[in-house]
Design a binder for this molecule. Sequence first.
Ligand code: IMP
Length: 146
Amino acid sequence: MLKNNEIDEILITEGEIREKVIELGGKITRDYQGKDLVFIGVLRILKDLDETIVGKDVLVVEDIVDTGLTLDYLLRILKSRKPSSLKVCTFLNKSARRKVKIKVDYLGFDIPDKFVVGYGLDYAGKFRNVPFVFTLNPEIYKGELK
Ligand code: IMP
């Protein structure tokens, strides 16, 4: 369970996330009405797709775009497979750290250049299950927090 002294600052609350998910879900539903959309979620780059995306409308769903290098690599591979369209949806975006240009079509939240956890994002396998996004007490990185 999350301890109070593990939190440095809450950046995005559970309520804000809920509202954004509804908003983005509505937008994507409207934009792709009548189309057969393929969502691609990135877990590990090692596992390839199970189905062809030739001629399909594809939406890549990311947790966070930081330098953009991971996504840039992935988009190049997907593009070479000739989908009908290829767009990007990301929950979080750290534009300050970008090293390559990435067009984000659907964005949850822009965040500052800070390491964040919660709502699927982890540090050393922890905090992924927390329903909001926050920065960690710096003592955690030093291993000094009891
Ligand atoms: P990029 O190639 O630098 O854009 O890396 C993106 C990946 O780095 C994300 O999919 C995350 O796995 C990880 N990452 C980047 N920033 C954070 C963060 O603040 N918290 C947790 N993971 C992060």
